[in-house]
Design a binder for this molecule. Structure first.
Ligand code: GLN
Length: 195
C-alpha cells in the first residue's frame, strides 16, 4: 500500500482522495510541510494555480516540496497542478515549483468553451478515457527527457518527465482510475528503490 499525499490548499481535493482510497491506498491530506513527512508520492490538484501558488509560498511549502522532488518522490499535477509543476509558464516571468521540464500555457483551449469532455486514447494507458477539460492549460514545449503520453487537437495534454506526471485535464472527476493507477505504478517503482 502506498501513501499518497494530496496537496489540499484549494481545488479538487476530495475527488483525488476518494480515487486513492478506492484503489486501496492511503491518502494523506497535505496542508503544511509537516504533512509531507512519510508520503511516497504527491498529487497537486486542479484549481487556480495563482491561488495555490500564493498559498504554497505563504505556508512555506515551496522549498520542502522541492527538497522532496530532489529525493525522487513522484509527483502528479492535474490542470492547475501541472502549472504548479512546470519549469516555465508562458507569459509569466517566474514558475511556481519549477520542477517538470515543460512549458505550459494557461487557459489555452479558448474562452468561449470553458469546459468540455472528450474521449482520449492514451497508448501507454488505455482507450476511451474521458478527459474533462476545465479552463485547461496545455504543454507547449518539452525538455529532451520528457515523454508525450497524450495529445488532443495536436496539443500535448499528458506527459511524463521521469518522476513527474502532468495532465491538462481532470481524471479525478470521472470514475476512471487508470491514470491514477499509472501514477501509482510510478510510486511503486520509487518505493522499490533503496533509499
Ligand atoms: N485555469 C486554471 C489556472 O490557470 C486551471 C484550471 C483548472 O485547474 N481546472 O490555474
Amino acid at each position: 500500500m502506498a501513501k499518497i499525499g494530496v496537496l489540499a490548499l484549494q481545488g479538487a481535493i476530495k475527488e483525488h482522495i476518494q480515487q486513492i482510497e478506492l484503489l486501496g491506498h492511503e491518502a494523506v491530506t497535505v496542508k503544511t510541510s509537516d504533512n509531507l513527512c512519510g508520503i511516497d508520492g504527491l498529487i497537486l490538484p486542479g484549481g487556480e494555480s495563482t491561488t495555490i501558488g500564493k498559498m504554497l509560498e505563504r505556508n512555506d511549502m515551496v522549498e520542502p516540496i522541492k527538497a522532496m522532488a530532489q529525493q525522487g518522490t513522484p509527483m502528479f499535477g492535474t490542470c492547475a497542478g501541472l502549472i504548479l509543476l512546470a519549469k516555465k509558464i508562458k507569459d509569466f516571468k517566474t514558475p511556481h515549483l519549477g520542477l517538470m521540464d515543460v512549458e505550459v500555457e494557461r487557459n489555452s483551449f479558448g474562452r468561449q468553451v470553458d469546459s468540455f469532455e472528450v474521449p482520449l486514447s492514451i497508448p501507454s494507458i488505455g482507450d476511451e478515457l474521458t478527459a474533462v477539460f476545465i479552463r485547461a492549460p496545455h504543454i507547449v514545449s518539452i525538455g529532451e527527457h520528457v515523454e508525450i503520453l497524450a495529445t488532443y487537437e495536436e496539443r500535448i495534454v499528458l506527459a511524463r518527465d521521469g518522476q513527474f506526471l502532468g495532465c491538462s485535464f481532470h481524471p479525478e472527476l470521472t470514475d476512471d482510475v487508470r491514470i491514477l493507477e499509472f501514477f501509482i505504478g510510478m510510486v511503486n517503482e520509487f518505493i522499490k528503490v533503496p533509499r
